[in-house]
Design a protein around this ligand. Structure first.
Ligand SMILES: Nc1ncnc2c1ncn2[C@@H]1O[C@H](COP(=O)(O)OP(=O)(O)OP(=O)(O)O)[C@@H](O)[C@H]1O
Length: 282
């Protein structure tokens, strides 16, 4: 479990990026931080692996204040995937994936074998292993980025707009791939996006942020869609409703996300409000 306890961050130039932020991020669930530009999403994410330290308050992982942990050691248990993949341009795909395990002292042969297996995990053909990042499509580069994030077998995976720079079709493929991976791997995922649709699709817990890391609402997609906590949330959630495909539909079996054509786009874990009328969750 990751817990933010009254965390604030003021940068040296005086910018108050996050003010008094408290939140629990459950283990083996995906928490999505969503909000407009400058709302503090990246700052919050980077506080989990100590790329940024809070000015006040603390961040705990499994009850331990991470300020007491050495950043380098802490990061060994935390994968980090960023927009534009962050790959080393002069290293092959295989070397990019194997870099961190090698740094951690994994023998070269094993690190390379593990890296190849990791390519399978993220749905990349092994024939790409010896290419350089510039010889890959944007979507393939992002997959390598995910493979690299997973290569240290972290409990926690931080993802900062990982699919922001790819076209909508590839983005949708990558999202589905992440859903599949998450089912298999059961990591604690913290995912940053400014796309509410992506947030609803991927998040077990969705955190809608206003400026200064202020929580406008936190809940499951179904909860937020059913009961927006404020006009701000209602507007944010429905801002592009005309084009936004997804909405929640609740039936006896549970709550699902469907698109404008009534096609199933995802299953929301939240049990339906009808349960109050006596129906037990399945
Ligand atoms: N190193 C820094 N020094 C000063 N101000 C910073 C620094 N990093 C971020 N900020 C400011 O903190 C605020 C929050 O930034 P942050 O990057 O966390 O927002 P964000 O929600 O991730 O935005 P985006 O979606 O544009 O990436 C912004 O006003 C930003 O300009």
């Amino acid at each position: 479990m990751i817990e933010f306890c009254a965390v604030s961050k003021q940068f040296p130039d005086g910018t108050r990026a996050v003010e008094n932020f408290s939140l629990v991020l459950p283990t083996q669930k995906t928490t999505v931080l969503v909000g407009s530009s400058g709302s503090g999403k990246t700052t919050l994410l980077r506080m989990i692996n100590r790329m940024v330290d809070p000015t006040s308050g603390r961040v705990e992982i499994d009850g331990v204040d991470i300020a007491t942990r050495q950043p380098v050691k802490l990061r060994r248990g935390i994968g980090y995937v960023m927009q534009n993949s962050g790959l080393l341009p002069h290293r092959t795909v295989l070397d990019n994936v194997a870099t961190v395990p090698l740094l951690r002292g994994v023998p070269k042969k094993k690190a390379r074998a593990d890296a190849l297996a990791m390519l399978d995990t993220v749905g990349l053909d092994r024939s790409l292993a010896n290419r350089y990042p510039s010889q890959l499509s944007g979507g393939q580069q992002q997959r390598v980025g995910v493979a690299r994030g997973l290569a240290v077998d972290p409990n926690i995976l931080l993802m900062d707009e990982p699919f922001g720079a790819v076209d909508p079709i590839v983005r949708s493929e990558l999202q589905q791939e992440l859903i599949r991976l998450q089912r298999e791997l059961d990591k604690t995922v913290v995912f940053v996006t400014h796309d509410i649709e992506e947030a609803f699709l991927l998040g077990d817990q969705v955190v809608i942020l206003e400026k200064g890391g202020m929580i406008a609402q936190v809940g499951s997609p179904a909860e937020i869609l059913a009961n927006p906590a404020s006009d701000f949330v209602a507007t944010f959630v429905g801002a592009d409703r005309g084009k936004r495909a997804l909405h929640a539909e609740t039936s006896h079996g549970g709550t699902v996300l469907v698109d404008t054509h009534g096609r199933l786009a995802g299953v929301l874990v939240e049990t339906p409000p009808e349960r109050a009328s006596g129906e037990e969750p399945r």
